[in-house]
Design a protein around this ligand. Structure first.
Ligand SMILES: Cc1ncc(COP(=O)(O)O)c(C=O)c1O
Length: 354
């Protein structure tokens, strides 16, 4: 990549800049043999359903799709009527980064944003909002869904007890709990808990199970824990143009992702690299790590002169003014090498890379 003057370095710009991991590419090549049934009637897609049911320790329904946005908006559309409201964090991907897809796919439901540190919703904030809501009043949008992101957009994780507390409030008021798991693997790797404890056992009804950021090419899975929702979602998937005719290639990516815990190994690697990056940067005067690193996103305040030096060296990364005027986001991935961290830190510290 070039901006005309200097090669851009995308190492820490996003986990979407990481390549596809070799195990997944190899699985695509293996799947690329004979003719196979289309539209999800193939053996890989059936195996994926079985495999995810084993992972989550319950029978799940699975819809492989090609982006996180479509996974999220299909999921919330299955949980939220057109006259409903979705409660989500004000920094959530759903409200900040999915254009008006949530409104489009729900037929016009309202997104209601709530505050919370590090993009986390708390049970208390959600309960207070719902307690003051004119529930049953036809003049008001009716709350239907609470959406959380795991790990959050600001680099924090919810533990199973926090998810269960949110689900408890949902039950109290008759809402559903949805989880955007674009970085679910990083959260599980961070927490060391079981995927079941973090989702359906705590009360999550649908999960967007991310893979693209963590080594896949272009595959995410909508994982449905409530069988009553599956049929309706199948029609929604087709209507959204997401019933892939060659579904086996999405399923093959996701199967390889699950094989031998590749998803967790990749996430552990990404998380360890985030810790390493944060530790190295925190030793540099003029750089301050903002809060604990949980997962693969590092938020740092970088003094303008250092930022300027990094930009001049070609490094691309996002500004995060929520952490102040110097706030920045650096993201590691399954493919991050220690040498890439050393190069970045050397530029930041204005010394020669070893
Ligand atoms: C929290 C979160 N959810 C979902 C997504 C997936 O979005 P996309 O539609 O770009 O695959 C992303 C990707 O940036 C994300 O950060």
């Amino acid at each position: 990549v070039t901006d005309g003057t200097v090669d851009l370095r995308a190492d820490f710009a996003s986990d979407n800049t990481a390549p596809v991991c070799p195990e997944i590419l190899a699985a695509l090549a293996r799947a690329n043999r004979d003719a196979a049934p289309s539209y999800g009637a193939d053996a890989e897609t059936a195996r994926l359903r079985e495999r995810l049911s084993v992972l989550f320790e319950t029978a799940v329904e699975v819809f492989p799709v090609s982006t996180g946005t479509i996974a999220n908006v299909l999921a919330v559309s299955a949980l939220t009527p057109a006259h409903g409201a979705i409660l989500c964090h004000e920094a959530s991907h759903l409200v900040m980064d999915e254009s008006t897809a949530p409104e489009l796919f729900t037929g016009g439901a309202r997104l209601v944003t709530l505050p919370g540190s590090r993009a986390k919703l708390s049970a208390e904030v959600v309960r207070d909002r719902l307690a003051a809501w004119p529930i049953g009043d036809v003049h008001a949008a009716q709350p239907a869904t609470v959406a959380v992101t795991q790990a959050t957009e600001l680099g924090a994780v919810y533990n199973p007890a926090e998810i269960a507390a949110l689900a408890g409030v949902c039950r109290e008021f008759g809402l559903s709990l949805f989880m955007d798991g674009a970085r679910f693997a990083n959260a599980v790797a961070e927490l060391g808990c079981s995927p079941a404890d973090l989702t359906w056992r705590a009360g999550v009804r649908i999960l967007s199970f991310g893979a693209t950021k963590n080594g896949a090419m272009n595959a995410e899975a909508v994982v449905v824990f409530d069988p009553a929702l599956a049929r309706g979602l199948a029609y929604r998937v087709k209507r959204a143009g997401q019933l892939a005719s060659k579904m086996r290639y999405l399923a093959a990516q996701l199967l390889a992702y699950l094989e031998d815990d590749l998803w967790l190994r990749n996430a552990r690697r990404a998380n360890a690299m985030a810790q390493r990056l944060a530790a190295a940067l925190s030793a540099i005067p003029g750089v301050e790590v903002c809060g604990a690193v949980q997962g693969n996103e590092v938020f740092v305040c970088i003094a303008p002169a250092i930022r300027q030096r990094l930009r001049a060296a070609g490094y691309a990364f996002a500004a995060y003014p929520v952490f102040g005027p110097d706030g920045c986001r650096l993201v590691t991935a399954w493919s991050t090498e220690p040498s890439a961290i050393e190069r970045f830190v050397a530029v930041a510290a204005e010394r020669q890379a070893v």
